[in-house]
Design a binder for this molecule. Sequence first.
Ligand code: FES
Length: 224
Amino acid sequence: MEKTVNIFLFGKKYEVPADLTIMTAMEYAGYQLKRGCGCRNGFCGACATIYRIAGKQELKMALACQTQVEDGMYIATMPFFPLVKQVYDIEKVTPDQMIMMQLYPEIYACVGCNACTKACPQGLNTMQYIAYAQRGDFKACADESFDCVMCGICSSRCPAGISHPQVAMLARRLNGKYLTPDAQHLLEKVRSIEAGEIEAAMQEMMNKSDEEIREAYNTRDIEK
Ligand code: FES
């Protein structure tokens, strides 16, 4: 007989196979996931989850699709967290410290507790990337936050009310638009698309079967 564990979903006990993820265990228990479930592969950040193992003090954070169930898990999913998302026109901002002061001044109220870093299910050094944002080092902030899936767990733990994923998103946009040199090969490709030079190749691709497209994709040249 397959090994099972006891878990608690929103306070109710279920016995589930031990090799399931939190997400598949919820479905096994009969939950139909309409929220808190997206890519199922650790990329979209829709499945933010908090849990505590019975008898243990520590509150843990995880992505439900990436985390295996454990015996005695008390689980609550957090499919949405209200981040502060400022509206700006990326064409009209400048990549200096002032933009963070204007849009996300709360980052300067960081108390250095590091709860954000400890909470990140991606293992990012969240407090560090906020420190980079504070001093206007948007490239470092963009690099450090690159694997953020915007689940919002960091912000749920922040006593200063910082919306870390949105701060990082702004830094990556500034970095991409103003600080990273233009990719010449990409500009050339855009020019060639706009000039209609790839129409024939597009038509050829559109006429392929699913299998041929899969084969073409799997044998494509991968940019170094
Ligand atoms: S469902 Fe997308 S990260 Fe879990």
